[in-house]
Design a binder for this molecule. Structure first.
Ligand code: IMP
Length: 195
């Protein structure tokens, strides 16, 4: 059987490997470098779905491939969903400063509830589909743990004692927002293929 070729509009090697492993043999998953795309694709929407679609649409329009893209971030209840789509650029000075700014903005707030959210946008044939993953948790007031990235050291997912940075990749890859969204994408693609 011919492998179906699909582009994942990401340069993140780790995400790419994870998705390849989940999709299995029937799909040839290509990252941006594999199709010769060196552009920093614009992400100017104000929602995760908008940004994910913008990235997938860019590839479909410029390269013609079926494509999916993801966008994620942290939404803090007491901050009305901030930093949200601005998670990576919250402080303008990288992850450590982002955490400092978030903790400062939560000073004195009793509601520490938050969620990580991912939206994956898929453009395949004439279809557009979205898949979403959410993991709820609590923002603690000091960093704990060495693993992960971004806001992981201050996020404790519901039902666990440790932060995402303490729980390790095995647990995180099972329960994370991104894992949930990608599982839904994989389920959809496999169902489509069986038709
Ligand atoms: P991206 O869309 O996956 O690149 O995520 C955008 C930003 O959201 C990252 O730069 C992080 O600041 C934050 N973020 C997304 N997912 C995670 C996560 O799993 N742990 C910690 N921070 C995350």
């Amino acid at each position: 059987m011919m492998k179906q070729r699909i582009v994942f509009a990401s340069n993140n090697v780790h995400k790419l490997e994870e998705v390849k492993a989940m999709l299995g043999e029937e799909y040839e998953v290509l990252g941006l470098s594999a199709i010769g795309c060196e552009t920093d694709i614009p992400e100017t929407a104000d929602t995760f779905a908008g940004n994910a679609l913008q990235k997938a649409r860019y590839i479909k329009d410029h390269y013609g491939y079926d494509c999916f893209a993801d966008d994620s971030g942290l939404e803090v209840d007491a901050l009305n969903g901030a930093p949200g789509v601005y998670s990576a650029r919250y402080s303008g000075s990288g992850s450590e400063a982002n955490i400092d700014k978030l903790l400062y903005n939560l000073t004195g707030k009793t509601n520490r509830s938050a969620q990580f959210r991912t939206v994956v946008a898929l453009l395949i044939g004439e279809e557009t589909r979205f898949f979403e993953g959410v993991v709820r948790g609590t923002i603690i007031s000091e960093r704990r743990g060495q693993g992960g990235f971004g806001y992981d050291p201050i996020f404790v997912p519901d039902g666990y004692e440790g932060t995402f940075a303490e729980l390790g990749n095995e647990v995180k890859n099972r329960i994370s927002h991104r894992a949930q969204a990608v599982r839904l994408l994989v389920h959809y693609l496999k169902g489509r293929e069986a038709e």
